[in-house]
Design a protein around this ligand. Structure first.
Ligand code: ZN
Length: 186
């Protein structure tokens, strides 16, 4: 089956977080899926991010990551997830920040200063650096259902779920199921 990048996959609210969220159920060893292991999905992510990512207007049309640059891009993705996840969990680490900056520098060195069109890996660096210096870090959250990182862009910072229509409803359904089960159990 061909995987397609739907708007839900861009619930992160920032490109760097959408990239980090390309690993589904990151902490569930049995069900974890890395969407980028399929080269076709990694290729089409750039076009989908151009359409759906919340900070798309900052970058314009994104070029896919060239094959030789993919390992550096994946290291950037992992460093992004580690750094921001630790921040949200209240466990900031200068080591994680240094790793993120190292990974960002490695990506940047592989490109000319002003590429004609922005490659996805360069845009991800810019998005991650903006997030790292963001003035409202309390807007950075982790979805309690799927563990994705997201930036809560709502006016009153009231978002709980990465995507209410997916994770919010799943949580509601499972609460309902548990309640019913309790009622049925003598
Ligand atoms: Zn979620």
């Amino acid at each position: 089956m061909v995987f397609s990048w739907t708007p839900h996959r861009f619930s992160g609210g920032a490109l760097a977080l959408d990239v980090a969220n390309s690993v589904i159920l990151r902490f569930d060893a049995e069900r974890r899926i890395d969407r980028y292991t399929d080269p076709a999905a990694l290729e089409t992510f750039a076009a989908a991010a151009t359409r759906f990512s919340a900070d798309r207007d900052l970058f314009g049309p994104l070029e896919p990551v060239a094959e030789p640059n993919r390992p550096a891009f994946l290291s950037l993705r992992e460093a992004t997830d580690r750094h921001f996840r630790a921040e949200v969990l209240g466990q900031p680490s200068s080591g994680h920040l240094a790793d993120l900056l190292d990974a960002a520098a490695t990506v940047i060195r592989r490109h000319p200063a002003r590429p004609a069109r922005t490659p996805l890996d360069v845009a991800t660096v810019r998005s991650a650096l903006m997030l790292a210096t963001f003035s409202e870090p309390q807007r950075l959250k982790i979805c309690p259902n799927c563990q994705w990182l997201f930036l809560d862009r709502s006016r009153n910072r009231s978002r709980t779920w990465c995507d209410m229509t997916v994770c919010g409803n799943r949580a509601k359904a499972s609460r309902h199921y548990r309640r019913q089960k309790r009622e049925l159990t003598p």
